[in-house]
Design a protein around this ligand. Structure first.
Ligand code: ASP
Ligand code: MG
Length: 416
């Protein structure tokens, strides 16, 4: 059994769906095919959630119309029995016509999860019509999580039992990435999601539970590159990558694979292929249990970073008590640390500049003198040498640097 994952970009239009069918027909039988919401549907659904909870009914109905039009357009170019899709969208409209509760994250998951339901209903109908023996499976009934909405934590025992019981090898299974369900005794089951871009993780969960022979993530890039082509024009394809390197790259923010994806695969030694849906015959990258690391330098850029520096008001040292207070605040507000460093009397963290930062600063100001610097870049280089560092820092001012044996992280500001 193989597990395939197709992201939103691969199914953003009708030719994308046809291309997926061709890949499944030629390379994926039997397979579990995990699919994301089409194109930018998840972002659109996030806008719907915000407008709905803010009571902006005009925005809700405009966005809902656009969502319907977009999917209807795709179905219009394909053959198949798409009646299930209409029902899903009507169900959403119905949900949105009732007043919202104040449980934001829970509401978010009930709404945003429907992007994947719709995309898989369309793909399954098309595959069936194209003569591929297909079964649409509701991932909400298989991926069991706790009740942490928007970041559901997987109950592996239960999920494993449900998946092995349900998935068979005689058909192509079409299922959703990103979504699951939480079940509490005596209450109705509620949909959960696994965190943005979580479909890769879903593919890894299925592969782990089924002892799959491999996972393939089909993308619009040729494989894992040593840098995002957005920042570099001379990137190289990494043909082989160890699990360890893949985890490190994902951890530091390479967006090509969701960070949680690797661990389950490594545990069972299941290879992960990252390949191009535009060139389905090209080999791409394989991530697995190799002895040697590629020593090509890899670059990860994060922009719009904030460097926050803290000095205790009472000039006490940065020791365990102060640190635990700082980490407590970060965890409580839900801000993730991209880099940290401390000296005797100061502590610095680099974080994404999100809408949570002002609240964090307010909290920290109760105990610390706070200074911050925004508009920064965080560059991580794995397998660095001085020449690569110099190249990255051209026309930039270095504010902070942290080196370990294989990885350097640079926080810099543009001089221009
Ligand atoms: N559709 C979800 C998102 O865009 C999950 C995924 O694409 O992996 O975040
Ligand atoms: Mg997506």
């Amino acid at each position: 059994m193989k597990v395939f994952k197709f992201g939103g970009a691969s199914v953003k239009d009708a030719p994308g769906v046809r291309n997926l069918a061709e890949i499944v027909r030629t390379q994926g039988q039997p397979a579990v095919v995990v699919i994301s919401a089409m194109g930018k549907t998840t972002n659109a659904l996030e806008r719907i959630v915000r407008a709905y909870t803010d009571g902006q009914t005009d925005v809700v109905s405009r966005e809902l119309d656009q969502l319907r039009t977009y999917h209807t357009g795709i179905m219009g170019e394909l053959e198949g029995d798409f009646s299930a899709v209409g029902q899903t969208i009507d169900g959403l409209a119905n949900y949105l016509s009732a007043p919202s509760t104040n449980l934001y994250d829970e509401t978010y998951d009930q709404i945003v999860s429907l992007g994947e339901i719709i995309s898989t209903q369309i793909v399954a109908a098309y595959l069936t019509q194209a003569g591929i023996s297909t079964r649409w499976v509701d991932a909400r009934l298989l991926i069991r999580t706790d009740a942490t909405f928007r970041e559901g934590r997987v109950d592996w025992d239960e999920t494993s039992r449900l998946i092995t019981e349900t998935i068979s090898t005689d058909v192509v299974t079409i299922t959703q990435g990103f979504i699951g369900q939480t079940v509490t005794l005596g209450a109705p089951a509620r949909t959960t999601t696994l965190g943005r871009e979580g479909s890769d993780y879903t593919a890894a969960i299925f592969a782990y539970c089924l002892d799959a022979e491999s996972v393939t993530i089909w993308k619009d890039v040729p494989g894992v590159l040593n840098a995002d082509p957005k920042w570099f024009d001379d990137t190289v394809l990494l043909e082989k990558l160890t699990y360890q390197d893949a985890i490190e790259l994902a951890y530091y923010g390479a967006t090509v694979i969701h960070p949680k994806t690797i661990k389950p695969l490594q545990n069972k030694n299941i290879p992960l292929y990252v390949r191009s849906f535009l060139k389905p015959d090209a080999p791409g990258t394989v991530i697995g249990n190799f002895e040697k690391n590629v020593s090509v330098p890899s670059f990860i850029f994060k922009v719009d970073q904030v460097l926050i520096s803290l000095h205790p008001n009472d000039f006490s040292f940065i020791a365990e008590d102060n640190l635990s207070r700082i980490f407590g605040r970060l965890a409580q507000i839900g801000v993730k640390i991209n880099l940290m460093q401390n000296t005797a009397i100061s502590f610095s963290v680099v974080v994404d500049n999100t809408d949570r930062v002002p609240a964090l600063l307010d909290q920290l100001k109760q105990d610390f003198r706070v200074s911050y610097n925004d508009g920064l870049e965080l560059v991580t280089i794995r397998y660095y040498d001085q020449a690569t560092i110099d190249r990255v820092l051209v026309n930039k001012k270095l504010l902070l640097e942290q080196k370990s044996r294989n990885t350097v992280q640079l926080v810099a500001k543009d001089l221009m």
